[in-house]
Design a protein around this ligand. Structure first.
Ligand SMILES: Cc1cc2nc3c(=O)[nH]c(=O)nc-3n(C[C@H](O)[C@H](O)[C@H](O)COP(=O)(O)O)c2cc1C
Length: 201
C-alpha cells in the first residue's frame, strides 16, 4: 500500500464530515499512502451560512484549506468521497464538483480507480444509504470501481453500514464520532488502499 495515492474529497457544513475526512486521511498516511485531503468549494450564499452558527464557525475555520480540483481525482489510485445527507441525497456542493469533471470523464481519466463514500445524517433513518447509493450513481458513469466495506470485518456489525461509513449527528447536530465510527473509517481506508494497490500491480 506504500505509495498508493489516496484522495479524500468531501463537503461539510458543520464539521462532521470534515472530521470523518480527517480520520480517513490520517489512516491513509499511517498505512503509507500519499494523501490529498481536499474540501470542495462552498457554494451557499453568505446569508445562508450566516444563519447557522455552527456552519459559520466551520466555514471560518476551514476557508483557507486547499480546495479539490479535477487533478486530485485524476492523480489518485483511490478516492474517498464524503458528503452530509441533504434530503437523502448528496450535498449540491459535492455534486457541483462532480459535475465539473466532464472533460476528465470524456477522456476516461476517472475510470479504473477505487472509490468509496462516507456520509452523516441527523437521524438514524435519515438517508445514509440513499446518499451513498446516489453518490455511487456517478461512479458507475466514471467507470470507477466501487469498493464498499460490506461486512468484511466483525467491526462492520457495530457501525452497521455495508455501503460506506456513516455517522448520526443527533437532534442537536453535535454528536461526536465514536470509536465505532473511527474503527469503520480506518477499516474503509485500509480496504480501499489494499484493493487499489492490487490494481496497480
Ligand atoms: C438542507 C438540509 C437537508 C438535510 N437533510 C437531511 C436528511 O435528509 N436526513 C438527515 O438525517 N439529516 C439531514 N440533514 C442534516 C445533515 O445531514 C447533518 O446536519 C449533517 O450530516 C452534518 O454534517 P456536517 O457537519 O459535515 O455538515 C439536512 C441538513 C440540511 C441543512
Amino acid at each position: 500500500m506504500a505509495g498508493t495515492k489516496l484522495a479524500v474529497i468531501y463537503y461539510s457544513s458543520t464539521g462532521t464530515v470534515h472530521a470523518m475526512a480527517e480520520r480517513l486521511a490520517a489512516a491513509g498516511e499511517k498505512a503509507g499512502a500519499t494523501v490529498r485531503l481536499r474540501q470542495v468549494a462552498e457554494l451557499a450564499p453568505a446569508e445562508a451560512i450566516a444563519s447557522n452558527a455552527a456552519w459559520s464557525q466551520h466555514f471560518d475555520r476551514t476557508k483557507d484549506e486547499p480546495r479539490a480540483t479535477a487533478d486530485d481525482i485524476v492523480w489518485a489510485d483511490a478516492v474517498l468521497l464524503g458528503s452530509p445527507t441533504r434530503y437523502g441525497n448528496i450535498a449540491s456542493q459535492l455534486k457541483q464538483f462532480l459535475d465539473t469533471l466532464g472533460p476528465q470523464w470524456t477522456q476516461g481519466l476517472l475510470a479504473d480507480k477505487v472509490y468509496a463514500g462516507f456520509t452523516a445524517t441527523m437521524t438514524a433513518h435519515g438517508g445514509q444509504e440513499t446518499t451513498l447509493l446516489a453518490l455511487y450513481n456517478t461512479i458507475y458513469h466514471f467507470g470507477g470501481i466501487i469498493v464498499p466495506p460490506g461486512y468484511t470485518d466483525p467491526l462492520k456489525f457495530a457501525d452497521g453500514n455495508p455501503y460506506g461509513v456513516s455517522h448520526v449527528t443527533g437532534g442537536n447536530n453535535d454528536e461526536p464520532l465514536t470509536d465505532v465510527q473511527y474503527a469503520a473509517l480506518d477499516h474503509l481506508t485500509e480496504r480501499v488502499l489494499r484493493i487499489a494497490a492490487k490494481l496497480r500491480d
